[in-house]
Ligand binder design. Structure first.
Ligand SMILES: [Cu+2]
Length: 126
């Protein structure tokens, strides 16, 4: 019985670890590294994204995301902006609604309390 409990606990733990890593992408810009992650695989519609910045200078910054898709045949350009909420310790959280599948350009604007502003450019495939 104890062994079964141990196995169950391990299973639950590994499932939650897997969920935590459902999506992760590292991006760099201006000498700063940001990791974008999501508890769930990215999908059209609403997604909750976490942006993690390890650099101590940017642990308590203002972080905003600009997400856009340039004009395509039969589709106007799409763009949205979102201010991420600081969760502490360099973790920032925001909801993004991807209105269609495809490649979205993502710009992360990081404004520290003091020092240089940074922009990190990356993309996400939905
Ligand atoms: Cu499009």
């Amino acid at each position: 019985m104890k062994k079964l409990l141990k196995i169950l606990t391990l299973l639950v733990l590994s499932v939650s670890l897997l969920q935590a890593a459902a999506f992760e992408k590292t991006a760099n810009g201006g000498g700063v590294t940001a990791v974008i992650s999501s508890d769930k695989p990215l999908t059209t519609g609403n997604n909750t994204l976490h942006v993690s910045i390890k650099d101590p200078q940017y642990k308590d910054a203002a972080v905003a995301l600009k997400v856009f898709m340039p004009e395509m045949p039969g589709m106007p350009p799409m763009e949205m902006q979102s201010n991420a909420k600081a969760m502490g310790n360099g973790i920032y959280k925001t909801d993004i609604n991807f209105s269609m599948s495809g490649t979205w350009q993502v710009w992360i604007f990081i404004t520290p309390k003091s020092g240089q502003k940074v922009r990190i450019k990356t993309s996400l495939n939905i």
